[in-house]
Design a protein around this ligand. Structure first.
Ligand code: NI
Length: 143
């Protein structure tokens, strides 16, 4: 393990500490920051090659002109990737959608950008799950 020095502003550091306490790590900033870096690296990683499963989640205002239609078009343009979408009417304006996708990692990434990059779409996030070597055979979780 190496010791490095980083500079954070007070507000960011408070958020790190609050998260550490919330997740039961108390004052162990190093551990909290390591976990955040790992999560950031996973998020920033290039899309895996080959078959993946993924979920995209985002919020949008369904009153916004053309937006529901633009989103529907994006899904029809990538119908081969789209498995299912759950739509939740959050309040008078906002809809939350969670879509499950299956297909090539790079195509999933492009599709996710086409959806979450639409003007008026907020809180867009993508979770990609790449099967690991060996997962191809019959497999059960023991949870
Ligand atoms: Ni809705």
């Amino acid at each position: 393990m190496q010791r490095i020095t980083i500079t954070l502003d007070e507000a960011l550091l408070q958020e790190v500490d609050a998260l550490g306490i919330q997740e039961g790590r108390g004052g162990n900033r190093s551990e909290t920051i390591r976990d955040l870096i790992r999560a950031g690296l996973r998020q920033a990683a290039p899309p895996p090659e080959g078959p993946c499963a993924a979920a995209i989640a985002y919020v949008y205002d369904h009153h916004r002109r053309d937006l529901p239609e633009r989103l529907t078009n994006a899904f029809h343009d990538h119908h081969d990737l789209s498995v299912a979408t759950m739509h939740v009417h959050l309040d008078h304006h906002n809809c939350l959608e969670v879509a499950v996708l299956k297909g090539d990692g790079a195509e999933i990434r492009r599709f996710a950008e086409a959806v979450t990059g639409q003007r008026g779409v907020r809180h867009g996030s993508l979770l990609v799950v790449a099967p690991q070597a060996g997962d191809a055979h019959h497999h059960h979780h023991d949870e």
